[in-house]
Design a binder for this molecule. Structure first.
Ligand SMILES: Cc1ncc(COP(=O)(O)O)c(C=O)c1O
Length: 405
């Protein structure tokens, strides 16, 4: 939509033309099934192999680690449920194999209360249907799970830790290599939801067993994601059938979207450093102007832009506020009138007008959490657009001030 400033890329980023162009042949002439052994299957099979290898390269993982899924939600489900049940099955086999040396089943999972619903609901499923126990580690008020808190939560029967890399609502970035290292010291598997990190933060060298990605956050169309799970880790599949994707996800593969995903991810990675530096500067100015001019506004999540070790404390494109004494919906409406599109938080909980579970878990009162507004900038944003957005927020807040006074 021309003339509108779209500041909700955490919900969906603009689709990259290159991704669509790369996908097109596999939607048209090269329509064969990649599992077919004849000529028509060969091109799609090669394209799928190539896409897998390209994704693996960006992640610093092996092609055999990559499972294409329908999106981030399925990737989280497969990684969490698949690894927890896979480890349980393996543990049982081991304990049966060696008489007298029974391996106690590991049936405890560690996560945090500010994870995406796809993570929390997967863990809840394991608890409800498979009898796992769960510890939700309390984050600090800016949304950080500290190494000390994770260490304290891990038990002898912990099988899996799942902690997000970049929070979708407040943008806080976790120190994944340190947290994964803590889990591994105790032989515990580590998964991170990296859906909001892709294109903004490094995806390789994290030292994780599994990570999740979603195509529509990096410029691929909706309907494709990746569960990258080390091939050596046993995974119980969620979808059963013909054994595609190394048996981890049956069903004829979506070749066109896998190719689109690989293309978009590669481009996002190639542009990452330049985009992150530029967008961070525009975003920092935006935050400073809003906080300096809107009475009662406060930033949610990390307060600085860099952590003590120089890592970004918040994703470079992310600014989230509470506008106390107003309502988030009212601010969004006023912004729409000024041709600025933002969001009240997660777009992923359908039809929910409940206060954000993330903000309430961080100690924000429910009525204040209802005033939250999230701005997530596209990588193409300019300084002029960032300043125009700040002016729109100030003007929206001014026109609401009288009605909420
Ligand atoms: C952090 C995070 N995880 C998972 C998802 C779910 O991804 P999808 O919408 O592709 O299922 C989202 C969606 O916004 C997200 O932000």
């Amino acid at each position: 939509m021309t003339g509108r400033l779209y500041l909700d890329t955490a919900a969906a980023a603009p689709v990259r033309r290159e991704a669509l162009e790369a996908a097109w042949p596999y939607l048209a002439g090269a329509f064969g099934n990649p599992s077919s052994h004849h000529e028509f299957g060969r091109g799609p099979a090669e394209a799928l192999t190539d896409a897998r290898a390209r994704v693996a390269k960006v992640l610093g993982m092996r092609a055999t680690d990559i499972t294409f899924t329908s999106g981030g939600t399925e990737a989280d489900n497969l990684a969490i449920i698949g690894m927890a049940l896979g480890a349980r099955t393996q543990g049982r086999a081991q304990s049966q194999g060696r008489a007298g040396t029974a391996v106690p089943p590991r049936r405890h999972i560690v996560t945090s209360p500010i994870e995406h619903e796809a993570v929390l609901a997967s863990v809840e499923f394991l608890a409800r249907v498979h009898g796992f126990t769960v510890t939700e580690v309390a984050p600090t008020s800016d949304g950080t799970v500290t190494p000390e808190a994770l260490t304290a939560a891990i038990r002898p029967d912990t099988v899996l830790v799942s902690l997000g890399y970049a929070n979708n609502e407040i943008g806080t970035v976790a120190d994944i290599p340190t947290l994964a290292g803590i889990a591994h010291e105790d032989g515990v598997l580590f998964h991170t939801d990296a859906v909001q990190a892709a294109g903004w933060l490094p995806l390789s060298g994290l030292g994780v067993d599994a990570l999740s990605l979603a195509g529509h956050k990096v410029g691929a169309p909706k309907g494709i994601g990746v569960a990258a799970i080390r091939a050596r880790v046993p995974v119980e599949p969620l979808i059963h059938g013909g054994g595609q994707e190394s048996g981890r996800r049956s069903g004829t593969e979506n070749v066109a979207l896998a190719v689109a995903f690989a293309t978009a991810l590669e481009l996002a990675e190639a542009e990452r450093h330049e985009a992150a530096d530029r967008v961070r500067a525009i975003r920092d100015e935006f935050i400073a102007v809003v906080l300096g001019n809107v009475p009662g506004a406060f930033l949610t999540g990390a307060q600085g832009t860099a952590g003590p070790d120089g890592r970004p404390a918040r994703t470079p494109n992310h600014a989230s506020f509470c506008f106390s004494n107003t309502s988030g919906e009212a601010v969004l409406l006023e912004l729409e009138r000024r041709r600025v599109t933002a969001s009240s938080g997660s777009a992923c909980a359908v039809g929910s007008d409940e206060p954000s579970h993330v903000l309430t878990a961080l100690g924000v009162a429910a009525e204040v959490a209802q005033t939250s507004v999230r701005f997530t900038f596209p990588s193409s944003i300019t300084y002029d657009q960032g300043r125009a957005a700040a002016r729109a927020v100030i003007s929206a807040a001014e026109s609401l001030a009288s009605s909420f006074a």
